[in-house]
Design a protein around this ligand. Structure first.
Ligand SMILES: Nc1nc2c(ncn2[C@@H]2O[C@H](COP(=O)(O)OP(=O)(O)OP(=O)(O)O)[C@@H](O)[C@H]2O)c(=O)[nH]1
Ligand SMILES: [Mg+2]
Length: 614
């Protein structure tokens, strides 16, 4: 390694702010959240220090100890021991510790020191430590540990100055490597106690507010009531705040489409722009605000430290259905997308629990399904108020999310019954401190979500929409045809072919054909329906599509389609990730097979019951 590029690895216990430091130093946008196990992979970045030297920074998954057992902890260990394929041992280890929780974090610092690599200790969250009246004698701590110690506040721009200055200077001498055996391990506890006594003064009650809040938030009855109310309000807010913005965007695209019709000569190009791009894609863009409002709430809840409390509350329930409290965070990530959710299961130690979580993660409603739900709800569910205060559309959306969760619990329970080993694991998890959400982190999170959506839109969704337009436009109707031209198109043929399978669920051919592109990206179902109906001469913009749907589907069919999207095998990328994470095609088969069966039966029942009732 040349002297001008220094390779630095960030290590530490989970949730101490490694990724926040990484982002602050490199200008990166890796995910930061107030709970353990957010980072599950190594992430690389670089920055130029004031001296002009380029520093390579490696963000690593949090680790409680080197007796690593979960797949994500293993990565950190391999990197530090030089066993990670294609990765040299870092030149410098920046060990990050949460200054408000040194009793826990110092133990790992001592473990890192034994590796015999140059170490700098970053005491992070110094802002929070000061607020709580925790005083740390940094000079003494550094002298006793024999490693340089700097204070940092990873969430403030100038909070990392001291760290930059330190890593830009000479590399500190490496402490001697020490063997890692049971006797020396037992010794760590005594050493931590000694260090704490000599260097840290803590006010007697450090976390009075946390305790008071937890008294209510973790209460077996009130806690669950609070959780229910919080989730419920979030969905109401998604409708109250997101829907009007979505409508505005839909109207905007409708207007653009109308102008394009007026300006462009009639013909296939006009049809592509108006029906394909403005009609299909425009309809999907309209749902961006709904997604952003939902994620605003999820991010705020994440940052506040409330979510792991929810995991704690639900642990007993999760264990009884064969999952664990540890499944909570990966399942929660799956509301964004099943892919990070499935990758997040790397923090689950027990392979059996991990597999159950991977198999049910796709049942959580990912954000790609939100446009489909929002479109169908907008077209079929009246905007009535329920009990004077609740918005009916918000209630239906809540119910759709709820059936995904209930479905996951049921599947988990069945898997539990099917396996021989019924042992249960106690949940040991650290509850992070409550924290006021950092505006920058929430903003970054929303920006990231928005960009993911826009990238899908201008990539895979655009491509599929154009393909859908092509399939529904060609071949054109033969001379003397009597039915609508679209009936003679490829889409018409494929749709009618598929309808043989889907007719018992109440899907017409347009719905059936829209399921194909949805398998690549769920949102495309909306674009595909918009395009098929627009080419067929009905409704080009968002509102028009809702009308076209209302005119062509029955309520029972619409409900059946929503239920289908709640359970159906998720997109190809999810199946690919299941294959990668479990290294088994069998699991891909199980996942696809059971979801298809559940979706088919559930939609069939929904359609039959709803038709009978209406
Ligand atoms: N007040 C304050 N909050 C911080 C500071 N550093 C990080 N945080 C917050 O601490 C939480 C955890 O930060 P992350 O960067 O995700 O922690 P991590 O160490 O990468 O966690 P894992 O990836 O799970 O190991 C987030 O809510 C951050 O906003 C700090 O110096 N002060
Ligand atoms: Mg992290």
């Amino acid at each position: 390694m040349s002297a001008s590029t220094l390779r630095i690895a960030l290590v530490g216990n989970p949730n101490c702010g490694k990724t926040a430091l990484f982002n602050q130093l490199t200008g990166g946008r890796q995910k930061v959240a107030n709970y353990a196990g957010v980072t599950v992979e190594r992430k690389e970045g670089r920055f130029t220090a004031p001296s002009g030297r380029v520093l390579h920074l490696l963000d690593l998954p949090g680790t409680y100890s080197f007796d690593a057992t979960s797949p994500d902890e293993q990565i950190t260990r391999d990197v530090l021991e030089g066993k990670y394929p294609g990765e040299a041992v870092p030149d410098l280890v920046v060990c990050v510790a949460d200054a408000t929780n040194l009793r826990l974090h110092l133990r790992f610092v001592l473990e890192v020191k034994r590796l015999g690599l140059p170490v700098v200790l970053a005491l992070n969250m110094m802002d929070a430590a000061r607020r709580r009246g925790i005083a740390i004698d940094v000079a003494e701590l550094s002298r006793r540990l024999g490693v340089p110690v700097v204070e940092t506040v990873a969430v403030k721009r100038d909070g990392v100055k001291a760290l930059i200055a330190r890593v830009d200077g000479a590399i500190p001498e490496a402490p001697p490597a020490q063997p890692d055996d049971a006797a020396s391990r037992a010794d760590l506890h005594a050493q931590v106690r000694e260090l704490m006594a000599a260097t840290v003064t803590m006010p007697r009650a450090t976390a009075k507010i946390d305790d008071a809040l937890d008294h209510w938030a973790l209460h077996p009855v009130f806690g669950l009531a609070i959780l229910t109310v919080v989730m419920f309000l979030v969905f109401q807010a998604v409708y109250a705040a997101g829907k009007p913005m979505s409508d505005l965007i839909g109207d905007g695209f409708g207007w653009l489409g109308a102008h394009a019709t007026a300006w462009m000569p009639a013909g296939p190009l006009q049809s592509l722009v108006v029906d394909g791009v403005f009609g299909g894609l425009g309809t999907v863009v309209g749902f961006l605000p709904v997604i952003l409002v939902l994620f605003f709430f999820i991010l705020v809840l994440e940052e506040s430290g409330y979510l792991p409390r929810a995991a704690f509350l639900l642990d007993r329930l999760m264990v009884s259905v064969g999952l664990t409290g540890r499944s909570f965070i990966p399942l929660l990530s799956s509301f964004a997308c099943a892919i990070p959710g499935i990758m997040g299961t790397r923090s689950i130690t027990d392979p059996r629990d991990r597999l159950s979580t991977i198999l049910v993660a796709p049942l959580m409603t990912c954000s790609a399904r939100l446009p489909v739900y929002a479109l169908l709800i907008g077209a079929f569910i009246p905007t009535r108020r329920v009990l004077g205060i609740f918005n009916m559309q918000g209630l239906v959306l809540f119910a759709l999310y709820a059936i995904g969760i209930l479905g996951a619990m049921l599947v988990g329970w069945v898997m539990k019954k099917l396996r021989r080993d019924r042992s249960e694991h106690a949940l040991l998890m650290e509850l992070p401190s409550y924290r006021l959400p950092n505006v920058r982190d929430v903003a970054i999170g929303l920006w990231e979500r928005g960009m993911i959506f826009m990238k899908r839109l201008t990539g895979v969704i655009l491509g599929l929409t154009i393909l859908m337009w092509f399939l529904s436009t060609f071949p054109s109707a033969p001379a003397g045809a009597t039915g609508p031209a679209i009936d003679y198109s490829f889409a018409g043929y494929i749709g009618r072919g598929l309808q043989v399978i889907f007719a018992p669920l109440g899907f017409n051919w347009q719905m059936s054909v829209s399921l194909i592109p949805a398998f690549a990206a769920r949102e495309t179902a909306v674009a595909a329906l918009a395009t098929v109906y627009a080419v067929g001469g009905e409704g080009a913009d968002g509102a028009g599509l809702a009308q076209a749907l209302a005119a062509n589907f029955s309520l029972a069919s619409a409900l059946s389609l929503m239920v289908w999207f709640a359970f159906a095998p998720q997109c190809m990328s999810t199946l690919a990730v299941i294959r990668r994470e479990t290294n088994s095609w069998r699991n891909v088969g199980i996942s696809f097979g059971y979801m298809f069966a559940v979706a088919y039966v559930a939609s069939f029942l929904t359609y039959q019951i709803a038709s009978w009732l209406t």
